[in-house]
Design a protein. Sequence first.
Length: 412
Amino acid sequence: MKILLSAFACGPTHGSEPGTGWNWALQAVRFHDVWVLTRENNRHGIEEELSRKPVPSLHVEYVDIPWIRQPRMSGKLLGWAYYYLWQVAALRRARELHARVNFDLAHHITYVSWRVPSFLWKLNVPFVWGPIGGADMWPGTLLHSARWSVRQYESLRALGQRLAQSDPNVHATARAATIAIGVNKAASDLLRHLGCKNVRTLSAANIWSQEKLSLAESPRNTTLFTSAGIFVALKGFNLAIRAMIKAVENGLENVRMRIYGDGPERKILLRLIDKAGLRHIIQMPGWVDRKQLLQLQKDTDVFLFPSMRDSGGMALLEAMAAGKPVICLDCGGPGEFVTDECGIKIKPQSASQVVRDMAEAIEKLANDHRLRLRMGQAAFSRANAVYNWDVKGELMSEIYKEAVRAHGKQNR
């Protein structure tokens, strides 16, 4: 089939949203001829990659709004306004292409958010909307103990969610979607609420096939716990640090924690470590890129992912694919990625309870090498069987065929 993809964020050397856009395009082109609409500022990375690894059936179209300079921070208010207007420009280019190519299906991929509509449904071809996320909220049982500035931010975010739900274009997109894809249960439920009639649940975050996991690791004297991300309150690093402090106070020995990343919360986290006098145990080496983090996973024994709200969690999946057990909160995407066989999930009932239960989980995994290996093997198997790009590509190709059939029935 001839498929049109809309991927505002799309980049071959990135993770997160750009990686989702690029990898989804690579999967679609395994089975179909694909045209991708993306931003002009993605051109350099994409053309450099295609010059090294040509993909004959992949055609990339770069769209911009000539009279508006794109804001640098896409997550800010101006960035979202630009993204909204970009959808209009993308529709204009899509119509030009459709007149020449005659697409069989249109698919919106990134951003992975429901708050801004896609207008590709106006091409009057089968329309797939998703993966869609952004429905997860900070657990209310933990929010009341957060700082005032964090509570205010989350309140404004909740207000933004309500305003977006009143946008008629969002509802029109939902009703027009032949098939909509939620990244987790919360997102799928919201899509149905918005008016989507046919909803599937598939994660946006996926990993590439890995080599077989070697279980011939020998026990080490020191157990290394690793975490990574942007140092902002919602990532929950303060809970992970407090849990490690508590575990050490309980008598746990021969452990280390390394938290890779940077961000506005860095000084707050360092003060927490310094107050406990544990800089020799809890280290914050700074920011590393994705390739470096993948290499560092080899030395990790357990991966900590304490995020308060996260639709996915690429670093978490990559840790699972590397055969590492995970400790995370039982909410959002991580709560669905991780099973009891491949990690320990903490119910978010209160901040003190999360710290206590996470400390117990740290102690349990630090003291049981066999359990770590068993959970690591289960994590590896789950990541590669369920969250593998090649598997996801085959599922998406079937969804495309179903969307074409369903659209044909609707128009008889």
